[in-house]
Design a binder for this molecule. Sequence first.
Ligand code: SF4
Ligand code: SF4
Length: 203
Amino acid sequence: MGSVKDYFSSLGTGIASLLKGMQVTGKELVTRKITEEYPDNRLDGPAAPRFRAELRLKYDAEGNHKCIACGTCERNCPNGTIKIESKMVDTLTGKKKKLDRYIYDLGSCTFCQLCATTCPTDALEFSNDFEQAVFTRDKLVKKLNYLPEKEEPAPTPEQIAAAEAARQAKIEAAKAAAAKAKAAREAAAKAAEGAADAPVSEK
Ligand code: SF4
Ligand code: SF4
């Protein structure tokens, strides 16, 4: 008797399970399809707008980027994917650090976006061009500052001399301020010492 009861119990469980499966299948039958027909649709840009394909520098209409070669992205990258090479150039206001080469290895990037979100000048973004396949790994290592950069206007010898004089004046002013502060501290200490040594008057 027990085995008949078990039989019908199992049958009921099986039918319930079957109905549940058919319910899922039925729902998927009427749900809008999201499968991409790649590569047939490769010309329509199959990637979603937020898809992160590769890191790149943002360029404005004149071809300038905003990277100041601070190295924040390089330090924050967990994989050592970024290498910043900088150089010092003479400008009208003295020496200035500039980006020389921004090297990015797409092959080791995890697309975490830490580099872009921590960049202080908002110089980075991700492209969403889907097709990134290449035949050799070395082709995944890219120089992101690929556009020729505007040269800083070269300072004249007079401008260099004026910048140097201004720098020296700043240094002298800082030294004078430090000496003044030191003298004030010493005078205050002496005054405090004198007050401590003075005899206590009797009442
Ligand atoms: S991309 Fe941004 S964080 Fe990276 S070096 Fe340039 S300015 Fe600094
Ligand atoms: S997205 Fe992440 S892994 Fe890729 S370069 Fe930026 S910080 Fe490094």
